[in-house]
Structures are given as structure tokens and as C-alpha cells.
Design a protein around this ligand. Sequence first.
Ligand code: FAD
Length: 384
Amino acid sequence: MSIALIQPPTLPLDEQFAELSRLIVAPRAERAYEAEAFDRMSWRQLADHGLFKIGVPHELGGSGGTWRDLALAVAGVAKGSDDLGFTLSLIAHVGLVRALVLHGNEWAHKHFLPPLLRGAVGATALTETRGGSDVARTNTSGRRTEDGWRLNGAKNHITNAPVADRGLVLGRVPELGRRDITLFLVNFRAPGVRRGVQEELLGLRTSPTGPLRFDEVFLPEQAVLGAPGDGLQTLYDVISFDRALYGLVAAAYLEPRLDSVLDFCEQREAFGSPIIDHQYVQGRVTDIRVTIEVARAVSLAAIDSLVDRDPEASLRCSVAKLVGSEGLVEAATNLMRLRGHVGYMRGESTRDVQDALGTLIAGGTSEMQRKNIMNQINALRGAR
Ligand SMILES: Cc1cc2nc3c(=O)[nH]c(=O)nc-3n(C[C@H](O)[C@H](O)[C@H](O)COP(=O)(O)OP(=O)(O)OC[C@H]3O[C@@H](n4cnc5c(N)ncnc54)[C@H](O)[C@@H]3O)c2cc1C
């Protein structure tokens, strides 16, 4: 008699990384938050488990798969890690990895990408002291020299800057004239790169942000993403993926929190019954669930549009970011309110509110998402 071999079912990617993050990141999350420290140990361990290689073709050192797979893995980290800051650091990193794969030249694929797949930390530096929404006003500039480029300028509020090894830096090449915005690939360990002190933020304390300064930093000629002068066009694709990830992460982060607050509402009693029996309480619970469903659905639709190069992709990614971050703030407030006074005491609920607020600004403010949605509506109507 032959015995049929039953293969254990493989968990979907989001569940795999949720489970790994429960084991690796979550146990360190609170201590990291108190210390305002980046959890590099967990970062390396997730890298060892192949997180940064997902979506990257085999020939570039990746494990293959799709960008949707990568997005689902990041959502898994959001769900299992108990650490929104860590997850936002991850968004900055995987956004850079995807940008390098899709827009990088041979030099970028050979020299810049591999360390980022193995666990080096990436960053995308757009914002400067005088403004982040209007990125095209950048003062950072690249000057051509005989052997490459010299980069000068300064950036502010950059996720991962205090710990990052390499990143994308938006600047201009004045000699190009009007169309001069260019994306430079910079090794942050190179001479001439200086990091300022880590910023003190209201929340997201495990995602270190800070300034960067570039003084005559030498870059090889090939250290440009896309073509010189085409930076804005390339950037729109890069930030679109980030925006969709914000929405997906918001949904995934809320899932276990909804479960936990439901446990609380079933145990806590008022007026002779568990508070979950009261309709106004149910209203807050259902609002959180609606946010989870809507944010997840629009974000996945946005990622699919981006992969398919659908003309509506940019619009959908902004919708995902807007729905995700605004929904996350409302849901975090609801989670706090459902717990009454205990929710307002310093702890998980207050941390959620503080962390969620940061997502209204990081990745582009809600006003800028609305502005892009309106611009896209007009562009799509004009194209008809
Ligand atoms: C936690 C965190 C992480 C971050 N990480 C990064 C990073 O990794 N890389 C990076 O480059 N930046 C990063 N930033 C910076 C962020 O991208 C900028 O703060 C953001 O784009 C807004 O820029 P700003 O602060 O200069 O505000 P401003 O651009 O000065 O805007 C101020 C206010 O005016 C509003 N506003 C501006 N223009 C318009 C308009 N046309 N219509 C309507 N309202 C408008 C804005 O919405 C905002 O409310 C991060 C920020 C935070 C909080």
C-alpha cells in the first residue's frame, strides 16, 4: 500500500512574514521604542529570511516574484511586528530596491543594489529645510566633472538617514537648463556625506529620521537613476509604490489591534453588559473594520495598476495613501477611546495615535495626495 505524501501547505507571504515578525521584531519593539532606536538586529534577520529579495529578478540576485508579493510581505511585517516605525523604515527601503530594479542601469544593478538586498539600509532623500511638498524646488545640485559628479546640498527629515548606508537623493543639474531634476545614487558612507542628529518626533520612534549633508561628494558618472533631467518622471513611479504601501500597511497594522480591542470590549462591562453590546461602541469597531477593508482593497488595486502601467495608477496610489493614513489616525483614536481612561494612559493606544499621526505627513501630506488626485482626474479627462 502506498502512502500519499502530504506536503504541509505553505503560508501566504503576508502570513509568513507576519509570523516571522511576531518572532523576530515584536519581542524587541517596546524596548526599541523606549530607546528611540532602530532595530538593526531584526532588520538583518528579516533580510536573512529573504524579505528584500522578493520581487527582485533572479538575475539581479533576488528571489523572483512580483511587486505585489513584496507588498504583501511588508504588510505581513506591519501585522506581526507591533512596530509601525520599523515598518515605515521598511517602506523607505523596499521602495528604493524596487526603484533600482526598474530604473537602475547596469552599474546600479551590479554595485548599488546587492548590499541593499543583503541587509544594508536604504533611504530616499527628497525633503529640504525650505519644503517637502514642492520637491522640485530642491537646492541640492550635481556638477559634472571629468570623472563623474560632485554632489552638494542638504536634506532634512529623511527616514533612516541616521542609520542608512545608501540612498536616492533628489537634486538638480543646473547646466541642463529648465528640465534639470535628477536622482542621484549615493553611498552614505562615502567621504563628504554627513549625518545630523536623529530628530525627536512625536511618534514613530523606531524609524530614525534626520538630516543629511553633502559636501563635494564624489559620485561615479553612472550613479544616476533614470536619465539626468528625468528625475521627476522617475520619482513619480517611485513614490507611487510607497504611497500604495502606506495604505496596505495601515490596514495590516490595524488587524491585530482590532482583535485585541474586541477582547477588551467583550470583557469590560458597563450598564449591566459587556460594552461591545452597546451600539455606539459597535459603531467604532465597525468603523475600524471598514478602514481595514477599504485601505487594503484600494492599496492592492493601486499596486496592480502600477504593475500593469495603468494610466490611473498614480491616482489610485494617492487614494491608497490618503485613505490609509487618514483612516489609520481615525482608527487609532477609536482604539484609544474604546479603552476609556486606560486607553489614554501612556502605552500601546497612545503610541498608536502618535505613530499614526506621522503617516499624515510622511510619504506626502494628505493635501498633496488630494492635489495629485485632482491633477490626475483632469489629466485622465483631458486624455479622453
Ligand atoms: C515621519 C516622517 C518621515 C519622513 N521621511 C521622509 C523621507 O524619507 N524622505 C523625504 O524626503 N522626506 C521625508 N519626510 C518629510 C515629508 O515628506 C515632508 O515633511 C512632507 O512632504 C511635507 O513637507 P514639509 O514638512 O516641508 O511641509 P510643507 O511642504 O512646507 O507644507 C506645509 C503645509 O502646507 C501644505 N501644503 C503645501 N503645499 C500645498 C498645496 N499646494 N496645496 C495645499 N496644501 C499645501 C502641506 O500639506 C502642509 O500641510 C518625512 C516626514 C515625516 C513626518
